[in-house]
Design a protein around this ligand. Sequence first.
Ligand SMILES: Cc1cc2nc3c(=O)[nH]c(=O)nc-3n(C[C@H](O)[C@H](O)[C@H](O)COP(=O)(O)O)c2cc1C
Ligand code: SF4
Length: 654
Amino acid sequence: MYNRLFEKGHIGSVQIKNRIVMTAMTTGYAGLDGTPTEQLCRYYEERARGGVGLIVTEIFRVNQVHGVAFPRQLYALNPMNIQPLAQMVDRVHQYGTKIFAQIHHGGSTNSPELNNGRIVAPSAVPNVSGIMPDPLTLEEIEELKQQFIGTAAACQAAGFDGVELHGAHGYLLCQFMSAAFNKRDDQYGGSIENRCRIVTEMIQGIKYVCGKDFPVAVRISCDEHDPFHPDSITLEEGVQIARILEAAGADMIDVSNGNYFVPYGENEEPYSYSEGWRAPETTAVKQAVNIPVTGVSNIKTPDCAEKLLEAGVCDFVGIGRGSIADPEWGRKAARGRNDLIHHCIGCLYCFESLMAVGYVRCSVNPQAGREAAFSRRMRKNKAGDKVTVVGGGVAGMEAAATLAKRGFTVTLLEKENELGGELNLAGATAPYKNKVSWLRTTLEEEMKLAGVNVLTGCEADVETVKKLEPRAVFLATGGKPIVPDLPGISGKNVVSAYDVIRGNVRPSGKVVIVGAGLTGLETAELLFRNGEAESVTVVDMLEKIGANMYPSIFIDVTHQMEGKPLTLRAGMKLKEVTETGIICDDLANGKEETITADCVVLAMGIRSDNELIRQFEEAFDRVIPLGQTHRNPGRIATSMADGYIAARGFDPKV
Ligand SMILES: Cc1cc2nc3c(=O)[nH]c(=O)nc-3n(C[C@H](O)[C@H](O)[C@H](O)COP(=O)(O)O)c2cc1C
Ligand code: SF4
């Protein structure tokens, strides 16, 4: 079915069993000493087992002095680390998957806190925090080259099949190649050949030390798409860079774009980007070189991957987040079970959690990063004990499918006529958000395969559930929208954002939205799309609009409303709703302010429904509250993890 995807391919002397490349993605699962932990080994092993042809690992640092990008990052230059790295490699190899190590230095994007207070770069160009890096001396450049070459040699000793130099995303090697960040007037600056010199010398050095048959790939940003740095790499230059690297002996070009000097991170695309959007840029590079090209392009589905290969856009498809979201992406594609793939929805929770807590978690795959914590096989319930799941949102569906896979006799009750809960709301705000509803379809299919008895249109109170005689009740009914107890809040002019999204109400004229989280902002976007709002003002009591949102998601949604009559007001605490609008306290100056509006939309979040939990706990011995019913309401990731973990560990005897 996907003929091109499952053709063998070559990178230099190395044969790859298919065209699927899991691109490099930092996980935060490495040990503080730079070794792979059991968590990291199992994570890669599962992706190999799941059908990836080539894994490019997350970044290896090349020194501990100014090369530290993350505290938990692989490091090969300590001889003690070779053996643990070799074990990781063996575990990947057992499935016929090849593995390249990605070698990296962040340049001025590294933080001084992790690097003894000093950051380095080709030239003194400030980083996004305004910190000025030290330009590297010629001696330091020489030392760095040897560290990259030494890392490649150490990785070769550990059994890696090749290496990839990270020359993309505004990191050190990209900074050298980009005239915006490289202002040097020695042999490493000026002409494009000089700017590429550090990379070409590294390629040649690795080939010299590791042998010409040891593949060296280079990841490039073929276009930095950086409007803030006028001399940054454009596609025209990106194509030239690819040619120069090929001439120096590179065995593969891994085409990415963007850099971390722009806040909207095009190299990890949020919701609104379409699948395959980089095809024109990747094609330009592919046509310029004779070595294989890997194209990463927000690819979510095997259909898109196959089309890119068929069209000759690239020789290998880069499946980054798709591999986090479903380690069996390749295996399911090979079996023609696209419907069972947990597709990446583009929510960027993976990156958000990496930045916030230092390791990756995934919204649609609660097992990501937990592979080592849970064995592959789940404990079976041979008696087929009856359990009831109340609520057919994310947590309920995930719990029901997991319980049924374990052998329980599962009935799921959902009061609406369709399953999906919060996914239906999240997926309805804009056409490009339809990706979110993929998760519903997949979970429905999984429940069907596992034999869950699903009853929709069925309001489940204590008495209804008692008739089913369950050993346990998993309560996943979702939280309740927060409605503050304020004067005027019950007025006819006040509506819930959820009703707007469901299409139950269509506010017009001047609209004020209270709450500038993702729901509030997406509601504003929807109002403009509906075309009935004359203007929209979004207020929030937080000091900054979008404070709790991952920046590129915030930029993505606000970008959709550019040029619209939208006003965003931070630090505004709702005090009262009147017939003509709202009264707020401006927290910055303590003054009261009136905002005129024809309609007031509440998007103030969700809170747990403790009363429902109490009622069920009084009636049943075993009640397990999940997802929004429970804690941290409102995140798909939390709901999925709650559903999975509770269902997988549930023991009817305990
Ligand atoms: C959590 C996370 C970590 C990443 N870390 C790296 C990295 O270490 N090196 C790299 O070259 N790219 C990194 N990337 C970028 C990915 O390799 C990939 O290019 C990007 O996610 C877009 O591809 P996709 O749409 O298939 O995910 C990372 C992406 C994510 C989401
Ligand atoms: S967290 Fe979101 S963006 Fe990241 S891999 Fe999972 S679904 Fe994709």
